[in-house]
Design a protein. Structure first.
Length: 765
């Protein structure tokens, strides 16, 4: 009977204990995250709202003093506060930033702002209009005491805002939609009403205050709870004005609750576990991933840090994993949500039990020793009675001063998971090959686990493989790991996994290959043996390659199943390919540069000698060029080469051919003694005839015997060839023949016959 009663008392205590969870107060990680999330661009933030949230977060965390944003932000604050077109929203954030930066704003500007804000309050018709107008007046009151910001008709304003409340504690943003209500609107309304109480020129009717506190209690009746003891608020309807997540909604409610508690003397009857649960909700989030979320978290925790309802105390453990090998100490810290020191108190370990057997307590009712240097409570004797495993420790905070019980919320008893780790000893490890019929041991080898081994076994389908070992804790108790299995891997990468059985004191597995031939797909050959033993509290978990075993299995029958295709290695398919090396043909061998230059000199030497010695020889070439443009009917000029050796020899001036009105300086090399060259030229032109016709300009041929020709002014000449363009061929060639007869270049009969034949052929063509 006494045993059953003890069991019932234990069950009752467990139900009163918070679920296993560890919460940590604000730490340096939050400060680092704040500096990363709130980063000014070019010395300023994107808007005054962002600047206000950043500066408020920095103020609570005690950081950001090195940021110099005053010079770039104050001009925007002055412009917003001095502008007559600024609304209550803009002035609220401008005044909030000004409270942090202390910008130079004169009293006249403050007086104008106060009068405008009072006008906004009187003309407000929605909850947000009241929220920002009254919030701005509260900020203005903190900035200066010389400006009158008090509300004359505070009761009327209070009732106007109270008219937006609902029976369940929630509020509406506007009276235009009576059916919609919001939890976030309740938080904004509570802050606004607290501001009305603080700005009232006369005391608010206490009945209104009591009604407000009752609304708060009703609102907390709809609070939701997690399994770890965290409480939070969330929107109930989907068609709210603007849906906000639990973090933002809960933050608004907490700020409204603490604002009302600070502004009024009326007590709010809320259980301490709900206040502590709200703190656990914000701390369980960790570090939000957005600047807005971090501001909501830090602002709400700052309100819970010092409030008149109840200040939550957080019990945290720096480490929940204790090593028996290192002989770690159990440390417990109790602080506020922002990490401040707690009032004088003691921490007691009420109970410690194994997670697998809740009816057996290993430690009961021990008080932890307080270490003032480290500001922690220590338990030295915990490792003397705790073996390797997972445990649950139940702690309780006891305040030394009884008056602090009404100020601080400890949350009763707190259950925390503790992991005790250690080195697990392996004994009697052996592997053997047995005969299937007689059970006699054919091969047996001892294993040094978790040391390195290199087994080389062989077996056929009529034999068995047995592996056995024992695991013990540092206290000598049998240990059962979370994972213990044997893996056989074939050469074709086909794997087979077998879980080791536990008989209480020993792990053992027996593989009968006769019954496993179908599972092995009749694959004979070498199998690698791999043993895996591991657990979260096992400091020496291992995955060992024990060696290999050569299996001789029978041939598969016709209908035997085949091994499944192995998955393709994604690294081989999508990984980097082998480098491609290009092999180019080796360059051909060339003679040395010296030899090439010597050969070039030998080739150019005769030409140089010819150029130098040419003027001193009798075969000196005379140059003469005539040009016959023959501009008839807009036709282009006609250029030809004519030699007059007699004229050159006699020194007479050369006469211009008929039908020409300009000289084309074309150099044509003709020996002076060859008087028939001009006739040969005419004959050549007559024989070749026209090759192509472009705009009545006929190309008659190339003078291959021309050595070189050069004229820096005429575009129709080149070094390698001379294009002869003729217009009015009949007149031009007759003029050439006439001049040749006149100069008597050759014998009359011979030259005349050739010229006549040539001109006749031209006329016929």
């Amino acid at each position: 009977m006494a045993r059953n009663l003890r069991f019932l008392v234990l069950i009752l205590c467990i139900t009163l204990v918070c679920e296993a969870a560890v919460f940590h107060p604000i730490s340096d990680a939050h400060r680092s995250a704040a500096l990363e999330l709130f980063t000014p661009v070019n010395g300023s933030f994107g808007s005054l709202k962002e600047a206000y949230e950043a500066l408020r977060t920095f103020e609570i965390l005690g950081i950001g003093k090195e940021l110099n944003i005053r010079d770039s932000t104050c001009p925007f604050v002055e412009e917003t506060l001095g502008s007559s077109s600024s609304n209550s929203w803009d002035m609220f954030y401008a005044l909030g930033v000004n409270r942090q930066l202390k910008c130079e704003i004169n009293e006249e500007v403050y007086a104008g702002i106060a009068s405008r804000l009072k006008a906004y309050v009187n003309a407000a018709n929605s909850l947000l209009d009241f929220y920002y107008s009254i919030g701005s007046l509260r900020l203005l009151k903190d900035l200066t005491s010389d400006i009158d910001v008090l509300l004359v008709d505070a009761d009327g304003i209070f009732q106007s805002i109270k008219a937006l409340s609902q029976s369940d504690g929630r509020w509406r943003y506007s009276s235009n939609n009576p059916a919609s209500s919001s939890t976030s609107a309740a938080g904004a309304a509570l802050q606004t009403l607290a501001g009305v109480v603080l700005l009232a020129s006369s005391e608010i009717d206490q009945s209104l205050i009591r009604t407000l506190t009752n609304d708060i209690v009703k609102l907390f009746d709809s609070i939701e709870k997690y399994d770890d003891g965290a409480y939070y608020f969330d929107e109930k309807v989907a068609d709210a004005r603007e849906y906000q997540g639990p973090l933002s909604v809960t933050s608004l409610v907490v700020r409204g609750l603490t604002a009302v508690a600070s502004a009024t003397s009326e007590s709010i009857n809320l259980p301490g576990d709900k206040i502590l649960g709200l703190a656990k909700f914000f701390l369980a989030i960790g570090i939000p991933d957005s600047a807005k979320g971090l501001y909501s978290q830090i602002e709400a925790l700052a309100c819970l840090e010092s409030n008149r309802v109840s200040i939550p105390l957080i019990l945290s453990l720096p480490a929940t994993v204790l090593s028996l090998t290192r002989k770690d100490q159990l440390k417990v810290r109790v602080t506020t949500v922002l990490g401040s020191k707690a009032p004088p108190l003691s921490v007691k370990l009420i109970q410690a039990f194994n997670s697998g057997s809740k009816d057996a307590s290993i430690i009961e009712s021990q008080e932890l020793k307080f270490d003032s240097e480290n500001d922690a409570h220590l338990l030295d004797a915990v490792l003397k009675s705790v073996d390797v495993g997972k445990y649950h420790f139940v702690f309780e905070i006891v305040l030394h001063d009884s008056e602090n019980k009404n100020i601080y919320a400890t949350g009763g008893r707190t259950k925390v998971p503790i992991y005790a780790t250690g080195v697990i000893k392996v004994d009697n490890a052996e592997i053997s090959v047995l005969d299937s019929d007689l059970g006699s041991v054919e091969t047996q080898k001892k294993l040094d686990l978790p040391g390195e081994t290199a087994l080389s076994l062989s077996a056929n389908h009529l034999q068995k493989l047995r592996l056995s070992f024992q695991l013990t804790t540092p206290f000598g108790n049998p240990f059962q790991p979370h994972q213990a299995f044997l893996k056989l891997r074939h050469e074709t990468q086909v794997e087979h996994i077998f879980v080791l059985g536990n008989s209480g004191k020993q792990f053992e597995i027996m593989l009968d290959f006769l019954g496993l031939v179908d599972k092995f797909f009749y694959l004979s050959g070498r199998y690698d043996i791999q043993l895996t033993v591991g657990d979260a509290v096992m400091e020496n978990s291992y995955l060992l390659e024990l060696g290999n075993i050569d299996l001789d299995l029978p041939e598969p029958p016709e209908k035997a199943s085949h091994a499944p295709p192995q998955p393709v290695d994604l690294y081989l398919r999508y990984g980097p390919k082998a480098e491609i090396t290009h092999i180019f043909r080796s360059p051909e061998k060339r003679p040395p540069p010296e030899l090439s230059l010597a050969f070039l000199a030998l080739v150019l030497l005769p030409i140089l000698g010819f150029v130098v010695g040419c003027p001193y020889t009798s075969e000196y070439y005379h140059l003469r060029t005539y040009c016959m443009p023959g501009k008839i009917g807009g036709a282009q000029s006609v250029c030809t080469f004519v030699e007059f050796p007699n004229a050159i020899a006699s020194g007479r001036e050369l006469e211009e051919l008929p039908y020409s009105n300009s000289i084309c300086h074309i150099c044509y090399l003709v020996p002076s003694r060859h008087c028939g060259s001009s006739l040969a030229l005419c004959a050549f032109l007559g024989e070749v005839g026209s090759i192509h016709n472009v705009e009545s300009a006929w190309f008659l041929g190339r003078l291959l015997d021309v050595g070189w020709a050069q004229d820096p002014f005429s575009p129709c000449l080149s070094i390698s060839q001379v294009e002869i363009c003729l217009r009015k061929l009949e007149f031009c060639l007759q003029g050439i023949a006439f001049r040749m007869r006149e100069y008597n270049t050759c014998k009359p009969t011979r030259g005349t016959n050739h010229i006549d034949k040539f001109c006749h052929r031209i006329q016929m063509s």
